[in-house]
Design a binder for this molecule. Sequence first.
Ligand SMILES: *Cc1c(COP(=O)(O)O)cnc(C)c1O
Length: 368
Amino acid sequence: MTRPVPRAGVMQIDAYTPGKSAAAKVLNGARVYKLSANETPLGPSPRAVEALRELAPHIADYPEGSSRLLREAIGARYGLDPARIVAGAGSDQILELLALAYVGPGDEGVYSQYGFLEYRIVILAAGGTPKIAPETNYTANVDALLEQVNDNTKIIFLANPNNPTGTYLPTKEIARLANTLPPHVLLVLDAAYAEYVRAEDYEAGAALVAARENVVMTRTFSKIYGLAGLRLGWGYGPRHVIETLDRIRSPFNVSSAASVAGVAALEDRAHIDAAVAHNAKWLPWLSQSIAALGLEVLPSVGNFLAIRFPDQDGSRAADADKYLTERGLIPRAIGAYGMPQFLRLTVGPREANERVVDALKDFMRGPR
Ligand SMILES: *Cc1c(COP(=O)(O)O)cnc(C)c1O
């Protein structure tokens, strides 16, 4: 060997490609909208911004290492025991810590066919082997997930609702999965979009966590709370899992800025209600308007839509990606998920949504 070589598995990872950002804020006199990363169109809570301002003179101090105030605020807001919460630099960090703690060489980690790609990355990075369960109609399938489970399985990652498809599994199916799993397998329910979901048969997973020794729920401040740039997320789990993660997380894994902004954002219920109401109005509007153009739209309960462009090789979706981007509306190509015929589109502010539908109408009318 002529130079250092990473552990087995690491070189199998394709680095995560984030949604494109805007090169410019304005294009041909029109505002550019980034609709590629499921960020909130409402921005952060003004209270979070104010909390950051108040913190600014104190950033020479280390944060409090256990994120106690934040965990207490989360506990109060969601009715959970703060001692069973761990905070992280984004929920991505919680996913990473879970894989690092529970998966090693020879172990397997399961996720579903169109599941969030971060799961593959953290399983491989931990030295484990990813196992993929086929989906039905772009929706996770509990029986298929269970079929992948064997003595070597250590963890199952399931985003509910899932990104990039937007589909979800009802409480009953999640309970069936948890109740059928052998006790040595940790079920991770990634509920990054839970606040947006209005379906009555949906739960984020807290009740299952409370009742079982092998279920963890992860949540984020990056989506409806509008704090993606600060990197803040959390996990709720059995005491033994939280204690395990506390052993391996770095001592100051959550910045003081993220913590104070998180607490303030949790307190601003009106801001969250406004974000839910905005999404409840525009998600169905976008979905119906785009379907009316003859495009297939997957049924989404998140703040984004997966839109299918009709051809086999994905060239039509690539054309649409270019067409929208040239008009200052930036979607997300999801070929990396094995969905090259689709684009994912975040619900934006009113103007962005209306321009997307107009642009897609023109695109569909245009020459093939
Ligand atoms: C956006 C997203 C996350 C959140 O990631 P953060 O690290 O908290 O920003 C987690 N899971 C899924 C499925 C997501 O789409």
